[in-house]
Design a protein around this ligand. Structure first.
Ligand SMILES: [Fe+2]
Length: 594
């Protein structure tokens, strides 16, 4: 059975193809359209899925959309009318927005793809998140918690999932919390207040939090109170996101927390104002964590299960995830590589396969690499046309050259195999560098990533060495598989891992098993043989404001526009002509291989 899953029209659209119960392809629209956070109907991603499988749309058994547009319409209409007359300005825009194309999804899918309307199905938004979290995890029974800004009505759901011995699958929802009461919206409101982009920059709030003290926890708690049934409710007088699209916080919010940050002014921790914003971030971070921990504790108590699957955009908060692991009572926590809305494309397709059609349970590959593969020969041709030195090497020679590059403080653009699905570079589209000095961190920030200096870089380490450099609790390696947990760097190594150690002594590390990315694993080992420390700085291969690179030409164009010294795609290694460093002539490298 062939099922296409689609997520679209909020942020980060994506498509995924599931064939006979197993994902075979999944890609975010932004990676193909090159428009960051592309929320359009994902025609390119869909085409890419079909092309990969060599299929025409009429060979699809079902196309599943990741939420129910009429329920969403119901929510927007109800909230807008409830907030009338304050919402009168927002009303025409909201109606135009939804009625324009988003509500009539069956017709849109049907006309775009030429499939009959009866083949177009819908899952609920949080069912998609739950399926993406549970059905991709290597567990047969688990509690499930999903939390985001909002889907149709639900903003947080709890339940459980079970893969039965007879091949049937159950995903149950015990309870849900509904809009406008939303942990994601609470965090996004502070994201906007702190001058960052909502739905994009929430991780900056988490990074900023490490610089502050949670001095305003009591004030944040006025915004969100726990209810007797164990849920929570926002005090809506502090918010405006439910009445207008213009601003998410109210004047009462500003009375409580002070004037919002001007996005164009850098945050200076030497000023009282800079520290106020950091304290504010630390306070909302603490309240988010406390709330998640309490909800997870009661879910653990209720289910008695050792495993928890987490989904929804809130599951991208690695600091909260680490606290959940430490304090919720669950032994293992599974966060998929794409817990946000893009991942719902896989979730919706899998939910439809297992639950709607009742197809038998399948073990799924445990990796994030579901997109297009990079072509090293394309890079070699591009580079040679421009007069750059391009060498095509076999694996061992390539690994040794790149390890030498990294040990000589060269910054490497690393493209390998299939593109990651999800927001993080997990070793196939990464910028790699030596992790030891603050100079390297500043160089990357200044010359390549052009981003705020307070944001940390992440490390990648082989699973065999992780415990030596990082303080990994039981279950931590699983959480760090897709970079979903933040853990302490061991004190004795912090001075040698300055580029990846955050101000509070932690790192959002990726722990790499050989089978998941063998060449990167080999590179880490080779780097370790040269420097004594098999750890590399790993940041996503993109420039500020651009999506992560996909094809060789995009990696090459990025390489030319910034100060990356070496570019690798598959077996091809290119050095920048202008880098002023000694170059290895092509003929010499070929001799070495021979
Ligand atoms: Fe969501």
């Amino acid at each position: 059975m062939r099922i296409l899953g689609i997520s679209a029209h909020y942020h980060d659209s994506a498509a995924a193809l599931v064939v006979d119960g197993v994902p075979v392809w999944a890609v975010q629209e932004e990676r193909l359209s090159r428009h960051k956070g592309d929320a359009a109907f994902p025609l390119l991603a869909i085409e890419s899925c079909l092309q990969h499988a060599g299929m025409d749309p009429d060979e699809l058994d079902a196309v599943v959309f990741y939420e129910r547009p009429m329920l969403k319409f119901d929510r927007v209409l109800t909230c807008t009318l409830r907030a009338f007359p304050q919402s009168w300005r927002a009303f025409p825009k909201a109606m135009k927005n939804l009625l324009g194309e988003k509500v009539w999804m069956r017709g849109i899918v049907s006309s775009h793809l030429g499939v009959p309307g009866r083949k177009v199905l819908f899952t609920e938004h949080h069912q998609s998140h739950a399926a993406a979290a549970f059905l991709t995890a290597p567990t047969r029974r688990a509690a499930i918690m999903t939390a985001d800004a909002v889907g149709e009505w639900a903003t947080l759901s709890i339940g459980d999932g079970e893969r039965l011995p007879n091949g049937a699958t159950k995903i149950r929802r015990f309870r849900e919390i509904r809009f406008p009461h939303s942990l994601g919206m609470l965090y996004s409101t502070f994201t906007a207040y702190l001058g960052f982009r909502v739905n994009e920059d929430e991780y900056k709030v988490m990074g900023l939090a490490a610089y502050g003290k949670p001095t305003q926890v009591e004030d944040v708690r006025r915004l969100i109170r726990r209810t007797p049934d164990g849920a929570f409710a926002l005090d809506l007088k502090y918010f405006e996101f439910h009445t207008t699209a213009e601003r998410s916080y109210s004047s009462r919010f500003i009375e409580l927390f002070g004037p919002p940050r001007n996005p164009y002014e850098p945050i200076d921790f030497n000023t009282a104002e800079g520290r106020r914003f950091a304290d504010c971030a630390a306070s909302v971070q603490r309240v988010l964590e406390d709330t998640m921990v309490e909800l997870a504790q009661s879910l653990h108590h209720e289910t008695g299960l050792p495993d928890l699957c987490l989904g929804g955009g809130v599951a991208l908060n690695g600091v909260a995830n680490a606290r959940l692991l430490a304090e919720s009572g669950f032994d293992r926590i599974f966060v998929p590589p794409a817990p946000g809305d893009a991942g719902c494309a896989i979730g919706a397709a899998l939910y439809c396969d297992r639950i709607h059609f009742g197809n038998p349970d399948r073990d799924l590959p445990d990796h994030p690499f579901w997109g297009p593969s990079v072509d090293g020969s394309e890079l070699a041709q591009l580079a040679r046309e421009d007069g750059h030195s391009a060498a095509v090497c076999e694996d061992d020679a390539l690994i040794n050259h790149v390890a030498d590059d990294l040990a000589a403080d060269r910054i490497v653009g690393w493209m390998e195999g299939a593109l990651e699905f999800g927001p993080r570079a997990l070793g196939h589209r990464s910028i790699l560098a030596a992790p030891h000095t603050t100079e390297m961190r500043d160089r990357l920030n200044r010359e390549i990533k052009y981003r705020e200096p307070f944001r940390p870089f992440a490390p990648v380490v082989p699973i065999e060495s992780a415990g030596r450099y990082f303080d990994i609790p039981p279950g931590g390696a699983r959480l760090a598989r897709f970079m979903s947990g933040v853990f302490p760097v061991r004190r004795e190594w912090r001075s040698q891992l300055r580029a990846i150690t955050h101000v509070d002594g932690t790192a959002r590390l990726q722990i790499l098993e050989h089978a998941m990315a063998p060449r990167l694993h080999a590179l880490l080992e080779a780097y370790g043989r040269r420097t004594g420390i098999p750890v590399l700085l790993n940041t996503s291969f993109n420039l500020a404001g651009e999506p992560i690179v996909n094809r060789a030409v995009e990696g090459y164009s990025t390489f030319l526009r910034c100060k990356i010294d070496v570019l690798v795609a598959g077996g091809t290694r290119v050095m920048k002509r202008t880098s002023g460093m000694e170059r290895t002539p092509v003929h010499k490298m070929k001799e070495e291989i021979a």
